[in-house]
Ligand binder design. Structure first.
Ligand code: JHZ
Length: 396
């Protein structure tokens, strides 16, 4: 069937997120693309229009480390304990294992990690974990199958939404997942994205932002089904899908029906909901720019906290550059000393506190608001304020 799209949002010219600029390259032209978002009327899948090859985005210089937040580490630990207690798998495969924050909770002999960014994969390999520096594909699944046999648990957080060819992804999963195996996928929730006006969930790496209804439609073709979903606070609202092969006859957990009901009630199946979202996004931009302009008019010093991939979308869409934000603080070694894509704001090393002369902090890592605000009580108590753009732009 020919795909029919409703194009609902244009976030303008954007650079590639996670392409932090080295000082020596500041004057070089950056690769930019039009970030446009669309809704496919039949499958209900929301995706970005222009995509880039995986090897362009995920390579030997990839800066993101999932271990940089306590919230993420705790979430992985909690899930690992649940898996050990309830699923008790013999063999676990993780697609997109990053620096090993999830698989480190399991016995090394039981785990296989797939991580195409060789610089990140090396971190886990050096700790003697079984990892492969490759992209997930049917070819790789066949190789792993020969070497390790079938696996009874596959986990993938914030990775499947980054792979354009979903047909290959699920065929590869079906090759290696055992008959009674469980697949657990975790990605940002489209419902929470729309509710929270979190338009920064869209950038080049997030080819899709999934809803349950779209995942359900997608999985049918591969004889897979979601039997349970968990709504998580992580990354501004994520859905964790528990998936099995459809020959299993057990009933679906009630969470699946509730999620479906909520998504339909909100209208994730209708173009009109996306039209309304786009209107809210435009108004969000106006409000955020007004806040920044007002702070600057009053000669306030603003910095950024957490040079996230998400904030690349916000800064470039709203035109917030170095004339508003003096610098960003970030704990990631590979980002420090570099500049934010498009807006060219210096990223400094976070050394345990926010400087006293700072008045406002734009929270790029708003998804870790609780963790960060707790850590920065001293700054808050001394009168410092945070600026957030979601759900509505405001000063906290
Ligand atoms: P964070 C990345 O997105 C890219 P980003 C990717 N596409 C994806 O889907 C998600 O991750 C999962 C820093 N930080 O996790 C660390 C502090 O400095 O929101 C990170 O640079 N201090 C794969 O980049 C950034 O903020 C802190 O206390 O949008 C957080 O990035 C904390 C908690 C974080 O993902």
């Amino acid at each position: 069937m020919k795909k029919k799209y409703y194009n609902f949002l244009n976030l303008g010219d954007q650079p590639l997120a996670n392409f932090y600029i080295k000082k020596k390259n500041l004057d070089k032209r950056e690769k930019k693309y039009k970030l446009k978002i669309r809704f496919e009327l039949n499958s209900k899948l929301v995706s970005i229009e222009k995509t880039f090859a995986s090897k362009t985005m995920f390579n030997n210089e990839y800066p993101y480390r999932s271990s940089m937040s306590k919230t993420m580490q705790n979430s992985f630990l909690k899930l690992s304990n649940k898996i050990k207690k309830e699923i008790m798998p013999d063999k676990i495969l993780e697609i997109g294992s990053n620096d090993g924050s999830f698989i480190k909770n399991f016995n090394k002999k039981k785990t296989i990690g797939i991580e195409p960014c060789a610089n990140v994969e090396k971190i886990t390999k050096n700790k003697k974990f079984n990892t492969y520096p490759h992209y997930w594909s049917q070819d790789l699944a066949r190789k792993i199958l020969i070497k390790h046999g079938k696996v009874d648990l596959i986990y993938s957080a914030n990775t499947i939404s980054h792979i354009k060819n979903l047909d290959d992804v699920f065929k590869a999963i079906n090759l290696i997942l055992s008959y009674k195996g469980t697949l657990i996928i975790e990605d940002p929730s489209l419902l929470e994205c729309l509710k929270g006006n979190a338009y920064d969930q869209f950038y080049n790496e997030h080819i899709y932002v999934f809803s349950y209804i779209a995942i359900k439609n997608l999985l049918k073709k591969y004889s897979l089904e979601v039997y349970k979903v968990d709504n998580l606070d992580i990354h501004g609202g994520s859905l964790r899908y528990f998936i099995r092969k459809t020959h299993q006859v057990n009933k679906l957990h009630k969470s699946v029906l509730i999620q479906e009901k909520n998504e339909l009630k909100y209208g994730l199946n209708l173009s009109s909901s996306y039209k309304k979202f786009a209107i809210r996004v435009k108004s969000s931009k106006k409000k955020l720019v007004t806040i920044f302009k007002k702070c600057k008019k009053n000669n306030k010093k603003i910095i950024g906290y957490g040079a996230t991939a998400k904030s690349v979308t916000v800064l470039n869409y709203c035109g917030i550059d170095g004339s508003f934000i003096d610098y960003f603080l970030d704990t990631t070694l590979d980002k420090q000393g570099k500049y934010t894509p498009g807006t060219k704001i210096l990223i400094k090393k976070y050394s345990g506190s926010i400087d006293k002369d700072v008045d406002y902090v734009f929270l790029g890592a708003w998804n870790f608001k609780r963790e960060i605000l707790k850590k920065e009580m001293k700054f808050i108590k001394s009168g410092g304020k945070f600026i957030v753009h979601t759900p509505i732009p405001k000063i906290l």
